[in-house]
Design a protein around this ligand. Structure first.
Ligand code: IVH
Length: 673
């Protein structure tokens, strides 16, 4: 190998090690040493080096977390040894009974226990070969799971590779398996659900379902956006526990750079266990993720082996489950709320109860399917749970001698409760919607969305004010916000001179927010925060976006047929075009920074097909666009080049049929350079 190549190789590897270290500080230790901007700079530098030396790209490079094309399904994979579940206990007596069994079966009384948080996610097995992450497998039925490696690779707290010295220091062999819990932190879960709500998508019920749904996403780039976290708690070699003590395993995993939950304690008896349980019953509220109990494990492997397993669970470990943060109360009424997209949501009005210190007086029933599933009627007593989501939910109807059944069946109204407009349920969909475009409820929600912090950030324009403004007809669309006068505001209830002025200042200030916020604020279905950013970056102005064709829209990152259709529909509606004109008059930001593009490939149209070895689709697309080219989704006579990777399909056939030039990845690189 020539020295120059060797130097580059060294430089790239050194940069990778540096990035890995900072990823570890940030995602594993939650204790970054450098700013996000500095980190991004390192990543950019590595990406550039790798783009210039594509032969140097390795699968464990930090740039390679997201890759691969969407799949149609997952391949099954057998576990090295069964992934067991745990038996549950619910009180101190049951725990003591478990300890007695441990003493009897092992013939020892000096057993030590490790207490750990029972993380509420899904268990996963990660296999490493020669220090490199090889496979990530879901638990499945315990003996066989699904290979979700591409998704696992996007989780930043999962090391893609571990240096030999590090493994050696931790005492871990080069080939090993780590099992642990994949979960979604509460903050990310809430943000994701808010975003889904804005986009008119159904929400996930709790962080566990969200984590499970995310791990089984067929599109790895989506998994990458929804931040998951992984905590290790088992280390196996050829399917068997490797270290003599569980406490050693936890320390070794930590040394090797895995995220290991630090809230753990080695205790000498059940009294110690009980203390830990009591402590976390309170403290769990302050954790950034959900737990549903405590796991207690016998620390010594030889004692574990003596105890063995029952059918599906080890005898050497047990779960203590906290009671769900819920309670039983009565449904006094079921009302219907109308959202921004016109969706009708039935809400149970409850006799107030206190759950985990919060007063709960309403709970969502989601939709008609859910009401039928629960079989719920007005007057029923129900169990209500408050999960990671802020909105409590009804989990079941209670039916016993102390809690007689209700009698009044709920029916979805045929007319919108707010405007009297027609309500329809599209066949195959769970939701009922009000079809009146001028429904005031839709208007209210649209205004609230526009004013929200992550959108135009108009502080003070909340529920109370928006209700009054829309009720009095002062605001009929988002552009009217910019026509509000001080006199208008002073006529409203509970608005004084100072607060009126504050709101006006806020409204004025919002005009300076960048283009992507305006796009997001329009409330186009399926256009969330991120998509709005891509659109702003790609088109550089609202006018260019407004006049874009379907093809042009689909050139944008992450914009597919569904999103482009929704954008086209939005701008085809004359009322929406008029709205945009009014916003322009009001002086909102209509132009942004269009990404600077080269001219090398100006006028050339590309189609990508198959899997490229060194780039994801999005990366290749970006490179072509940065050089002035266009990337289209389908092959036509106008296509200049089809870039074919591995497993190229029908697009390649079409190219051959039409006589379009087909190039491979290397030739594409040459065109770019
Ligand atoms: S140990 C053979 N430790 O709880 C022992 N499990 O209800 C395997 N879980 O399937 C599990 N936190 O998904 C263990 N600290 C922890 C855990 C934990 C959560 C989950 C795991 C398991 C389920 C059983």
């Amino acid at each position: 190998m020539p020295t120059a190549t060797k130097d580059i190789e060294k430089k790239i590897e050194a940069l990778r090690e540096k990035i890995r270290y900072h990823e570890y500080r940030y995602y594993v230790l939650d204790d970054p040493e450098i700013s996000d901007a500095e980190f991004d700079k390192l990543m950019e530098a590595l990406k550039k080096l790798e783009a210039d030396h594509p032969d140097q790209v390795t699968p464990d490079s930090p740039t390679q977390r997201v890759g691969g094309k969407p799949r149609e399904g997952f391949v099954k994979a057998r576990h090295s040894s069964p992934m067991l579940s745990l038996d549950n206990t619910y009180n101190e007596d049951e725990l003591r009974a478990w300890e007695r069994r441990v003493h009897e079966l092992s013939g020892r009384k000096d057993v030590e226990y490790m207490c750990e948080l029972k993380l509420d996610g899904m268990s996963m097995a990660l296999r490493y070969a020669d220090g490199h992450l090889e496979r990530g497998i879901t638990r499945g039925d315990g003996s066989e799971g699904e290979d979700v490696t591409l998704n696992v690779r996007t989780v930043r707290s999962v090391p893609l590779s571990i240096a030999k010295e590090k493994l050696k220091k931790a005492g871990i062999p080069a080939d090993f398996e780590v099992r642990g819990e994949m979960l979604m932190p509460i903050a990310g879960f809430q943000k994701m659900n808010e975003e889904r709500e804005r986009q008119g998508l159904s929400k996930f019920a709790n962080p566990r379902n969200a984590a499970a749904g995310t791990v089984r996403q067929l599109e790895p780039s989506i998994t990458a956006q929804r931040r998951l976290d992984f905590f290790g708690y088992q280390l196996l070699k050829a399917g068997r526990t490797y270290f003599d003590r569980h406490s050693e395993t936890m320390d070794a995993l930590e040394t090797a750079g895995f995220k290991v939950n630090r809230h753990r304690r080695l205790v000498k008896n059940i009294a110690g266990v009980w203390e830990f349980i009591r402590e976390w019953e309170e403290k769990r509220e302050s954790l950034p993720y959900e737990i549903d109990g405590i796991v207690i494990k016998v620390d010594h492997r030889n004692v574990q082996e003596e105890l063995g397993f029952t059918g599906k669970a080890p005898r050497w470990a047990i779960a203590y489950k906290y009671a769900a943060r819920g309670g039983i109360t009565q449904i006094e009424n079921i009302i219907v709320q109308v959202g921004r997209t016109g969706k009708l949501t039935p809400v149970a009005m409850l006799k107030s109860i206190s759950i985990g210190g919060t007063t709960v007086s309403r709970a969502t029933l989601h939709n008609m399917d859910e009401i039928e599933r629960l079989g719920v009627k007005v007057g029923d007593w129900v169990e209500v749970e408050r999960g990671g989501d802020v909105i409590p939910k009804v989990v079941r109807v209670v039916d016993d001698k102390d809690h007689p059944r209700g009698t009044r069946e709920f029916q979805m109204p045929e007319k919108c409760p707010v405007c009297g407009g027609n309500v329809v349920r599209t066949p195959g969909e769970a939701d009922h919607r009000c079809v009146n475009a001028n429904c005031p409820a839709k208007l209210r929600e649209t205004i609230l969305h526009f004013a929200a912090r992550s959108v135009m950030n108009i502080d003070g324009l909340g529920d109370a004010l928006v209700n009054q403004l829309t009720d009095r007809g002062l605001v009929k669309n988002v552009a009217d916000i910019y026509k509000i006068t001080k006199d208008d505001l002073l006529k409203l209830e509970r608005v004084g001179d100072k607060s009126a002025q504050n709101v006006l200042n806020e409204i004025d200030r919002s005009k300076k927010l960048p283009l992507e916020r305006v796009i997001y604020g329009l409330g186009i279905r399926f256009v969330g925060e991120r998509t709005a950013e891509f659109l702003a970056e790609h088109f550089g102005s609202l006018d260019a976006l407004m006049n874009a064709t379907e093809e042009e829209l689909q050139e944008v990152n992450e914009v597919g047929p569904r999103v482009s259709e929704s954008i086209l529909e939005f701008f085809q509606e004359p009322r929406n075009r008029e709205l945009v004109e009014q916003l322009r008059k009001a002086g909102l930001t209509f132009a942004g920074k269009k990404k600077e593009r080269g001219t090398k490939l100006a006028g050339k149209t590309f189609v990508l097909t198959g899997t490229l070895a060194h780039y994801t689709r999005d990366e290749a697309k970006k490179m072509i666009e940065d050089a002035g080219g266009r990337v289209s989704g389908s092959v036509s006579k106008k296509t200049d080049y089809v870039v074919a990777g591995e497993d190229a399909g029908s697009k390649l056939d079409k190219a051959k049929e039409l006589g379009v030039k087909v190039v491979d990845e290397k030739a594409m690189k040459e065109l770019l350079s």
